[in-house]
Each structure stands twice: as C-alpha cells, then as structure tokens.
Design a protein around this ligand. Structure first.
Ligand SMILES: C[S@@+](CC[C@H](N)C(=O)[O-])C[C@H]1O[C@@H](n2cnc3c(N)ncnc32)[C@H](O)[C@@H]1O
Length: 217
C-alpha cells in the first residue's frame, strides 16, 4: 500500500498538529456528530487527534488509516488498523457512526470511500465529513494575503496538485485532490447517503466545509 503520509508522519504530529486547531475542525465535529453511543469509525484517522472529542461525545472511537507512520502516533489515542478506506476491513451495516476528518483531499477515489462508509454504516447511521473547503482552498486559491483571498481559474477542474500558496501546509508536501462542490455532494448522494446538515469554519474566508449525512434506512 502506498502511504504518502509515512514520510511526513513525525512532522504532522510534532509540527502541524502542534499549532492546535486553528481551523476549528473539532468544533465542527462536535456540532455535526453530536452525542451518541457505540463505535464511531474514523476513516483516515492519521495520528488519532480527534479521538478525544469522539470519546467526549460518548462514542467509542476506532480508526483506519493507510499509513503505518501515522498510526504509530495514534497508538495511545484509539484502537486503529492499517487499511485502505476504499476497501474497509469491516462488515456490512455494523457501525452507528463513521467520520472522515480533513482526509477527503488525500483520497483520490473519495466517491469509493463514501460508498464504503455507506456499506459499513447501519441503516440510519451518521456519516460526518469535515474537509478542506472546495471553493476557497486548493491549488487555485491564493490565501497568502488574508485581506484578499484570490481564487484563480482551476476550481472547475477536478484535479490533483501540490501547488499551494504556502510551503508550510500538507498540500505542498503530499499533494491534494479537488472536487467542485456539485461533484463532491453528488458523490454522497450516489453512495446512498442522505445529506442532512452543513457547516463551515476558518477565516476570513472559510477553510473547512463540513457535512452530516445519514445512511438511508
Ligand atoms: C490530512 S491526514 C488527516 C488525519 C486526521 N484525520 C486528522 O484530521 O488529523 C489524511 C490521512 O488520510 C490517510 N489516508 C489517505 N488515503 C487513505 C486511504 N485510501 N485509506 C485510509 N487512509 C488514507 C493518510 O494516511 C492520512 O493519515
């Protein structure tokens, strides 16, 4: 399995996450996942930084990630297995909740990941996606001047790129995929997930788009 994050796992844990949560992803997770009981599987769990919030909401966190390097840091945070989100090592319809946190741009076949999330969810189970905002972040977005975020042509192209306005982020190191909003949301619908609630965070122009969807009963 090709795991781009193996090479940057220590940087991700010790430098990138050390900045805290400037984008407010944990607040979005709290808001959209809400309190509940039973296993909440994070696909692309990385170093497991969201396990504490999941646990605090009453859920039992579990994770799956492609990168052994990232999972090494997750060891003390949640039970997690190495695996590919496009072929989840979980049975059909067994889980009450699945989340994907800041991971969809790292998964070139995200529509297949959404189908897998729907497959492992129980009918009525919740899927929470918290991801890079497709409109205001990407190779086409220059966020170098917070007073004037510049969106260049490129939004409409479904693409993968390492181009970024900063060399301090993830995109410049491992690259990122992009889907325009209709393609991204239509992939939820095609997977049999009913869109239920939306939220944004980050500023001065949103950096994160969050979606809660539910597996059809
Ligand atoms: C930006 S990190 C996010 C990690 C964590 N969710 C967080 O918010 O800190 C993206 C993660 O997705 C994982 N990933 C990428 N493709 C994957 C796949 N096909 N299956 C499972 N994990 C994958 C990477 O290894 C990486 O740990």
């Amino acid at each position: 399995m090709d795991a781009a994050y193996d090479e940057i796992a220590d940087w991700y844990e010790e430098v990138f996450l050390a900045a805290g949560d400037p984008l407010g992803t944990r607040g979005l997770l709290r808001e959209l996942l809400g309190e509940g009981r039973g296993t909440c599987l994070e696909i692309g769990c990385g170093t497991g930084v969201h396990a504490a919030v999941v646990r605090d909401l009453g859920w039992t966190p579990a994770g799956v990630d492609l990168s052994a390097g990232m999972l090494r840091h997750a060891r003390d945070r949640l039970p997690a297995v190495r695996g590919d989100a496009t072929r989840l090592p979980f049975r059909d319809a067994g889980l009450p909740a699945v989340i994907a946190m800041m991971a969809h741009t790292d998964m070139p076949d995200y529509p297949a990941v959404l189908r897998e999330a729907a497959r492992v969810l129980r009918p009525g189970g919740a899927f929470v996606h918290v991801g890079v905002h497709p409109c205001f972040c990407g190779g086409f977005a220059d966020r170098g001047d917070p007073e004037a975020v510049v969106i260049r042509p490129g939004y409409l192209d479904r693409h993968w790129t390492k181009e970024s306005w900063t060399d301090k982020g993830v995109r410049a190191k491992v690259g990122a995929s992009h889907w325009p909003v209709p393609e991204l949301l239509n992939a939820f619908v095609a997977a049999g997930l009913t869109l239920e609630r939306f939220a944004e965070s980050g500023g001065p122009v949103p950096v994160v788009l969050a979606v809660r969807a539910r597996k059809e009963s």
